[in-house]
Ligand binder design. Structure first.
Ligand code: ATP
Ligand code: MG
Length: 236
């Protein structure tokens, strides 16, 4: 799979087949192509070449099919992806009604249950600006859960958060993982990547440099670029 922006190759001939992934971490240096890859997986960008298979099924990148594909995936990018003029409750409820065709009553029940379960009920009627970064991100994750996605895609969901909020959101994602949900996460937090993922892919300069079980990648990286990257980022 390839993706270019002008004459810049964001991804070059990336082939990625993930045997029965449950939790995949995508790591690598800045500008390497991680977000580009995730946007393609989530149906938010179309590759210029190559193809993508998920669960052995080829993704159809026609505009019509993409719409359905996009709706089947729970996508959470870094902060600021809530609608600022809507309350926390409306942020979750409205997409269920307008995009997924649920009745208002059904949407209301789902939101009530999820907010209760994830300790968001006291914040339901606040707008994003009245919530902490961690609370906003939890609402964004609940919004993704509400649609019962096939799997989740997280792109640095904690990059805009302080350490305490980061821990809160990562605990939340770890909980999803323990429930057996499939997820793909881009993170610069190597401790978390190691803890939450079964498989890991290291991307640099638009290429998949190494891919395999997370424990193997971290304990015995084969590629010198990955070894150098880990040596650098695991120091702190
Ligand atoms: N819309 C765009 N237009 C032009 N170039 C882009 C665009 N999006 C990404 N790029 C370029 O493509 C390359 C890959 O970007 P990408 O965002 O996928 O990297 P990344 O691995 O997610 O980096 P980071 O860790 O900093 O988020 C970068 O060199 C980036 O500058
Ligand atoms: Mg990125």
């Amino acid at each position: 799979m390839g993706k270019r922006y002008g004459d810049h190759h964001a991804l070059r001939d990336v082939t990625l087949s993930i045997p029965e992934f449950q939790s995949l971490a995508v790591i690598g240096p800045s500008g390497g192509g991680k977000t580009t890859l995730l946007r393609i997986v989530a149906g938010l960008a179309v590759p210029d070449s190559g193809e993508l298979s998920i669960d052995g099924q080829r993704v159809d990148f026609s505009e019509r099919a993409l719409l359905a594909h996009r709706r089947s995936i729970g996508t959470v990018f870094q902060a600021y992806n809530l609608f600022p003029h809507l309350t926390a409750r409306q942020n979750v409820e409205l997409p269920l009604v307008k995009v997924h065709g649920l009745s208002t009553a059904e949407a209301h029940d789902i939101v009530a249950t999820l907010f209760e379960r994830f300790q968001l009920s006291p914040h339901a009627d606040r707008r994003p600006a009245e919530l902490s970064g961690g609370q906003q991100q939890r609402v964004a994750i609940v919004r993704a859960i509400a649609i019962k996605p096939r799997f989740f895609v997280f792109d640095e969901p904690t990059s805009a958060l302080d350490p305490e909020m980061t821990a809160e959101v990562l605990d939340f994602i770890a909980e999803l993982r323990h429930e057996g949900r499939d997820l793909i996460i881009v993170t610069h937090n190597m401790v978390f990547a190691r803890e939450v993922s079964d498989r890991c892919v290291f991307i640099a300069e638009g290429r998949v440099v190494e891919e395999g079980p997370t424990a193997d990648l971290f304990s015995s990286p084969r590629d010198p670029v990955l070894a150098g990257f880990l040596a650098k980022v695991l120091r702190y």
